[in-house]
Write a protein that binds this ligand. Structure first.
Ligand code: ZN
Ligand code: ZN
Length: 497
């Protein structure tokens, strides 16, 4: 089914030369670097016009005969419109381009809807696109398909031709043609990596397998309507079959989470005819999954979660002892295991108001079986952390109390710092020394205490001339005594030698 592109390329080279001769119609640029295009000629002119980074379609356009066109650096926004073309007459090449937001459609001959790559092509994003007809990728690296809805009509949803390297992130890929995915024959460096997306075979093969030597795709994720174990990356160890839709997981617990009621989990190493364990979760969901033993005949029991319960393990039929999650169990026949649960109970902790120094707490509930679990509602549906239950201590509300100034008769006091709320003395004050008396005329002006050092001023009596005579007499006596005293003092000093 793969077409010989070399022949076609030669044809296209000539056709492209003609296409370039078509006069370009003038463009009304709707924004800087953005061109609007509603016809094939407007589209060509926009691609060839300088300074354009985005082309926005204003109508459905048939690009039949546009042939190979380099749209490096461009974003082609279909703006919800449709690009149609006859098979192999419209091929996008170049580097760093985006095609998005609309529909691409193969005309009635039913070929591919989107061709990427002719000359070396790199870094292409195809996003939010519906294609009626498959996507054909050739001589291109780093082509990403994201949210692309592909229906292949004649061939493949994704065809990786020689050198076509593509990564599928998301979207839906179905075939009405040969197979969902096709890879070029031989070692041409074609590469298809699938990390997501839904793949619908409609009973056709998921991958073209005609016995020729073709690179297989590598599957890292996605969902499929058939098992795809042979294409899985080795990190994926478990297959989950939910009613005919297959998904793959690295860990057993992820697989158990991904299994819906009635789903079947099979280790990718499992062998045909292996025993099966039916796991009845025994919870509100009523979920049951089937677990196939691995190549050694063992199963590993999964963990399980149920709000308000502790999971005790899986009780095998005919036993009353649950086997804990994570345990390996050798199956000697098909066996039913039922989940064993213990319901959690809770105790209320009453609210307590904080004091100045002691923190309080809000009202809350704590789990008796798992004491790290705190809730703020009685139904125990709103978890909180232990820290969130705490109402911090208010701290003291300090006021100064009992301050007294010092006086000349009593010491003062700086006062205590006291909490207004609880009365606690936070800091004691200290004494202020007495201040000196303020003496004036032999007495303190404040308290009246007599000044011990006070010498009253003596005033002689007014007695007329007679008194002068008496004064002279006194002075004469004093000078005589003074001479005698001086002589005595001189003698004393000499004696002291
Ligand atoms: Zn206090
Ligand atoms: Zn005083």
């Amino acid at each position: 089914m793969d077409v010989k592109r070399d022949l076609i390329k030669r044809w296209l080279g000539a056709a492209l030369a003609l296409a370039l001769l078509v006069p370009a119609f003038s463009q009304a640029a709707s924004a800087e670097g953005t061109a609007a295009a509603g016809t094939k000629d407007e589209f060509l002119a926009a691609v060839q016009g300088g300074g354009i980074t985005e082309i926005q379609l204003t109508a459905d356009v048939d690009l039949t005969g546009i042939n190979v066109i380099d749209i490096s650096g461009l974003t082609l926004d279909l703006c919800g419109h449709t690009i149609s073309a006859n098979n192999f007459t419209c091929i996008f090449e170049g580097s760093d381009f985006v095609i998005k937001n609309g529909t691409m459609k193969a005309n009635s001959n039913g070929g591919y809807a989107l061709f990427i790559g002719d000359g070396p092509t790199d870094n292409v994003l195809i996003q939010d696109l519906i294609t009626v007809g498959g996507i054909n990728i050739y001589n291109s690296s780093n082509v990403t398909l994201k949210d692309v809805d592909v229906t292949s009509t004649n061939y493949y949803a994704v065809w990786c031709d020689e050198g076509g390297q593509c990564s599928v992130e998301s979207g839906t890929f179905r075939t009405d043609g040969v197979a969902v995915l096709g890879m070029a024959e031989g070692d041409f460096g074609s590469l298809l990596e699938i990390s997501g997306g839904d793949f619908v075979t409609n009973g056709k093969p998921i991958v073209l397998d005609d016995g020729k030597d073709r690179n297989p795709p590598v599957i890292y994720g996605g969902s499929f309507d058939c098992p795809v174990r042979e294409y899985l990356d080795e990190s994926l160890q478990y297959e989950v079959n939910n009613d005919g839709i297959y998904t793959y997981y690295s860990t057993f617990d992820d697989a158990a989470d991904g299994a819906e009621d009635g789903g079947k989990i099979t280790p990718v190493t499992s062998t045909d005819g292996a025993f099966e364990a039916t796991l009845n979760y025994g919870d509100d969901s009523g979920k049951t999954v089937i677990l196939t033993a691995d190549a050694d005949g063992n199963i590993v029991l999964p963990s399980a979660d149920r709000s308000g319960y502790i999971f005790l393990g899986w009780t095998p039929e005919g036993s009353s002892e649950p086997v804990e999650a994570g345990e390996t169990c050798a199956l000697t026949g098909d066996t039913v295991f039922t989940g064993a649960w213990k319901q959690l109970t809770y105790s209320k902790v009453e609210a307590k108001a904080p004091s100045c120094e002691e923190p309080g707490n809000i009202e809350y509930w704590v789990c008796n079986e798992l004491p790290d679990l705190y809730f703020k509602d009685e139904a125990c549906t709103e978890p909180i952390t232990p820290e969130e239950t705490v109402i911090p201590a208010t701290g003291h509300d300090p006021v100064a109390e009992g301050a007294e100034p010092a006086t000349c008769t009593e010491e003062g006091y700086t006062g205590n710092t006291v909490c207004k709320t609880c009365g606690k003395v936070i800091e004691k004050g200290e004494a202020i020394p007495m201040i000196p008396h303020d003496y004036k005329d032999g007495y303190c002006t404040v308290c009246g205490t007599a000044d011990p050092d006070y010498i009253p001023e003596t005033t002689p009596p007014q007695t007329g001339y007679g008194s002068y005579t008496a004064l002279w007499a006194v002075l004469l006596l004093a000078s005589g005594a003074g001479v005698a005293a001086a002589a005595a003092a001189g003698k004393k000093r000499r004696d002291a030698r």
